[in-house]
Design a protein around this ligand. Structure first.
Ligand code: Z5A
Length: 232
């Protein structure tokens, strides 16, 4: 899948932000089936081709503890309260931050995380209806204040995203199997977060084909890297 889109990587300058190899933290967010995983893999491939040291990781997961917590929190056979669910995502995030994200950023890597704190606000806050301010405080504790430098928000109507995920085989998951209204609230939540954090969240139309999404995302990342290099 990545190989088919390597042509799009040509829009990436060969020496993109090479000077200094300053680390950066970029998150890819969006509703189910928005194409985050597909995009994150292709982006990472393109940026590696441009000579960057790139780390691709994801939530929930990314660490041994996160992998175990992921299995628990998505298990369709397991009943849990909305706050119990939240604590599991936050525990996975805390280990991800101190074991993977902070060391990689400090090491000068360009770190892409497929989901991060905005997912907690969108799913548990806007989707489940939990108190947003409390979620922000807890999330801040779990991340020890780590905020993405740039967030690519893949925006696609919930029906379209869910239809995409149904084309692949799956045992189902506790959150993805929620009803359409839940997924619509999540998407609306992501859009509200984008309005609130226009300084770092860039909305990308993910209803386009995967190559166009990759091109738009590459342009966004490239512009951001160039702006940072030139100090603007
Ligand atoms: N969750 C939460 O509630 N709170 C939190 O704090 C966190 C997460 C961190 C697991 O996340 C669940 O955890 C998730 C949110 C919740 N809810 N659920 N379910 P996840 O990221 O592992 O799972 P996901 O969001 O369900 O990922 P996904 O279904 O794999 O979606 P995706 O990564 O956005 O899409 P994809 O795998 O890249 O693509 C899906 C299909 O669409 C695939 O066949 C692709 O080939 C195809 N695709 C991709 N892009 C396109 C385009 N542009 N056009 C057409 N088709 C495309």
């Amino acid at each position: 899948m990545v190989e088919n889109r390597i042509g799009e990587c040509e829009s990436m300058p060969a020496e993109a932000d090479a000077a200094g190899e300053q680390g950066a933290f970029i998150t890819v967010e969006g509703g189910d089936g928005a194409g985050k995983t597909t995009l994150a893999k292709s982006l990472a491939e393109c940026l590696r081709q441009s000579g960057r040291s790139v780390r691709l990781t994801f939530e929930p997961g990314g660490t041994s503890l996160g992998t175990r917590l992921r299995a628990l929190v998505l298990d369709p056979e397991l009943e849990m309260g909305d706050w119990d669910e939240t604590w599991l995502f936050l525990a996975a995030r805390a280990s991800h931050v101190h074991d993977v994200l902070r060391p990689a950023i400090a090491n000068g890597e360009l770190v892409f995380s497929d989901r991060f704190s905005d997912s907690t606000l969108a799913y548990q806050g806007y989707g489940r209806g939990l108190d947003l301010e409390r979620l922000r405080r807890l999330s801040d504790e779990a991340t020890q204040g780590l905020i993405p430098d740039l967030t690519l928000l893949l925006d696609v109507p919930a029906e379209v995203g869910l239809a995409r995920t149904r084309t692949r085989s799956s045992d189902g998951d506790r959150i993805g199997d929620a009803d359409l209204a839940f997924h619509m609230r999540v998407n609306a939540g992501f859009r509200a977060l984008a309005l609130e954090h226009g300084e770092r969240i860039v909305v990308i139309d993910a209803s386009l084909d995967a190559s166009s999404v990759l091109l738009n995302a590459l342009t966004t990342v490239n512009d951001w890297l160039e702006a940072r290099s030139s100090g603007t």
